[in-house]
Design a protein around this ligand. Sequence first.
Ligand code: RP5
Length: 294
Amino acid sequence: MPIIKLSKGTVPILRMLHTKCRSRFYPRTDNTVTRTEVPDEKVPWEVKWDRYYPTTYTAPFIKGQSWADPEVTDTNFHPKWNSIDGNVNRVSHMGVYKVNPFPLNPMGRTGLQGRGVLGRWGPNHAADPIVTRWKRSEAQEVELNFETKKPILQFVAIQRRDTGEWAIPGGMVDPGEKVTSTLKREFMEEALNSLECSESEREKSKSMIEKFFNDGYEVYRGYVDDHRNTDNAWMETVAVNFHDENGTSVGAFALSAGDDAVNVHWMDISKNLLLYASHNDLIEKVVAKHNAHW
Ligand code: RP5
């Protein structure tokens, strides 16, 4: 994400700028919903913009879904913003968000108000399992990049059914679900096709994943620059790295795409990756941790 410098009094504030959620067309609308154009300098709410009248859009199909909030105008809806609200986590990793009268995106304007295709007003929580191993030759030697002389990491990447982009096999945290469970569930569904495999295969991958996912390293928790974000609803994630140093546990397991994924494979990591949402930034953090080639 690029950075913008704002001046508040004499103290300059550096702010990461979201860009993907300011793209012209809103997703899953056949390009019929267009965001209001928000120039970089007008992204922060602190910058006055009296004539900001963004497009309003909430996808009709989210109405009545168990995973979605009702309209704020619904008289039976009494959300506890910035709180754990029953089973729904309305707390942002980014701190306390403003509500006016809807939650306001903590990273600023997106050119679209309403919820778009997101279910929750405010933060929509996800979890991203970043499963890595070293790239090895046939002789099982760790491969070095010929320029940086650093070892090459690989991660389990899925191709998303909705956009066709390659991504970390993450997903939404279900109401009341622990992030540690979401990480395992999403990996099993999207990278091991647990929803469609036989009972015995599922048990085998489950016991391997239970053991392997015991030892994770959190690389990030916070806002995601997801193209679905709006002024009032946005994605946040907890990204955790699970590394198979010897390539003998998950690194040796057969991958199979399932659920929201159409393809899966071990992808070589470098700065040339073009991944979904903020996933490049998440992968870069893993590279730094392992001092791998980038
Ligand atoms: C991204 O969307 C998160 O980083 C996570 O990977 C993903 C969750 O949404 P779904 O894959 O469930 O659509 O913002």
